[in-house]
Design a protein around this ligand. Structure first.
Ligand SMILES: NC(=O)C1=CN([C@@H]2O[C@H](COP(=O)(O)OP(=O)(O)OC[C@H]3O[C@@H](n4cnc5c(N)ncnc54)[C@H](OP(=O)(O)O)[C@@H]3O)[C@@H](O)[C@H]2O)C=CC1
Ligand SMILES: Nc1nc(=O)c2c([nH]1)NC[C@@H]1CN(c3ccc(C(=O)N[C@@H](CCC(=O)O)C(=O)O)cc3)C=[N+]21
Length: 279
């Protein structure tokens, strides 16, 4: 079975559009984009297009590659103070000269639609309500929509980044999976991935998950977005893994659109909570 993230995301955006109208909400998202990496520009454009589609106002702040951490902090501060702005997204990665953690920590937690602020990360660890990182949130929505059993199952996450690997491992743990996190120092990766009932690959390495590394019937979530000869492909060797998998996300059309739908949901939640913080 193919897990159709593109279709599900489109349905979620339609529902969100109705929620915005019914709630009389006027959500506004601000994106901050530094430098001229074409992929980052494309992703930010996609986010603004989704905003337009659901009725979220959006503004983009583009800054040059040589922007300093202090200038970034000033801009974040202005957005924090601007009562018209509900959500702030700083497109990652930032140039190496900018202190990413300092920037993410400067965003008011109530406006942190990526869920990357340390306070919101703490809420994620403890299981308190709060904005969840968009890609992991989108993956959980996809698993729930397709009624993939999680409780008691073995989940293996390949990748331990702060934005994807760690938070998806925690969300799966909260849903009562038995979770293993793998990374570049993991020894004998195939022996671990073969145990997975749910395998999430967020390594950013085209084709690292092959047929011999998975158990028949596994649910495969492919987060990877890799450019190979000008073509977008995931971490999973799709054509050989798909026949043995019970369910699998395609790239494109899987996790990516769900990430954007989650961002829209987090922005609307911020607008709903405008009068008070997340509880
Ligand atoms: N579709 C979407 O919505 C999104 C897609 N992405 C994509 O997902 C991928 C991962 O993103 P992100 O988490 O930010 O990337 P990072 O580069 O920050 O993290 C990659 C992780 O994978 C691990 N890793 C790398 N190579 C291997 C290997 N051969 N075996 C085992 N583990 C390995 C690294 O280990 P170590 O820690 O030891 O270095 C690291 O923990 C990228 O392709 C990115 O473009 C990201 C966000 C959203
Ligand atoms: N602060 C921050 N938050 C993010 O959420 C964030 C980020 N920075 N930096 C980069 C990554 C990457 N990311 C994607 C979003 C959508 C698609 C997506 O929709 N992809 C389409 C394909 C697009 C195409 O055709 O190339 C798909 O998979 O179907 C992919 C990747 C969000 N990220």
């Amino acid at each position: 079975m193919i897990l159709d993230g593109k279709g599900l995301a489109a349905r979620r955006l339609e529902l969100l559009k109705e929620d915005i109208i019914e709630g009389g909400l006027t959500p506004t998202l601000a994106t901050v984009l530094v430098g001229d990496d074409p992929a980052s520009h494309m992703y930010v454009r996609m986010k603004h297009r989704a905003c337009e589609q659901v009725g979220i106002s959006s503004v983009n702040i583009s800054l040059p590659e040589d922007t300093t951490t202090n200038t970034m902090l000033d801009r974040i501060h202005q957005l924090n103070e601007d009562s018209d702005i509900d959500g702030i997204l700083v497109q990652l990665p930032l140039p190496a000269s900018i202190d990413t953690q300092a920037v993410l920590s400067a965003i008011r937690p109530e406006k942190d639609v990526d869920g990357f602020h340390p306070l919101n990360m703490g809420r994620l660890v403890t299981g308190l309500e709060g904005p969840r990182p968009c890609t992991p949130k989108g993956i959980m929505t996809l698993l729930q929509e397709y009624h993939i059993p999680i409780a008691g199952k073995r989940a293996v996450v390949v990748g331990r980044s702060v934005d994807v690997g760690r938070p998806i491992a925690l969300l799966l743990l909260h849903a009562h999976a038995t979770v293993t996190i793998c990374h570049s120092k993991t020894e004998d990766l195939p022996s671990i991935t073969k145990q997975a009932d749910i395998l999430v690959s967020a390594a950013g390495k085209a084709g690292i998950i092959t047929r011999d590394m998975v158990k028949p019937g596994v649910t495969v979530i492919d987060v990877g977005t890799n450019q190979v000869n000008g073509k977008l492909c995931g971490d999973v060797a799709f054509s050989e893994v798909e026949p043995v998998a019970g369910a699998i996300t395609p790239v494109p059309g899987g996790v990516g659109p769900m990430t954007i739908a989650s961002l829209m949901e987090n922005t609307v939640n911020s607008a709903r909570n405008r009068c008070g913080p997340f509880m």
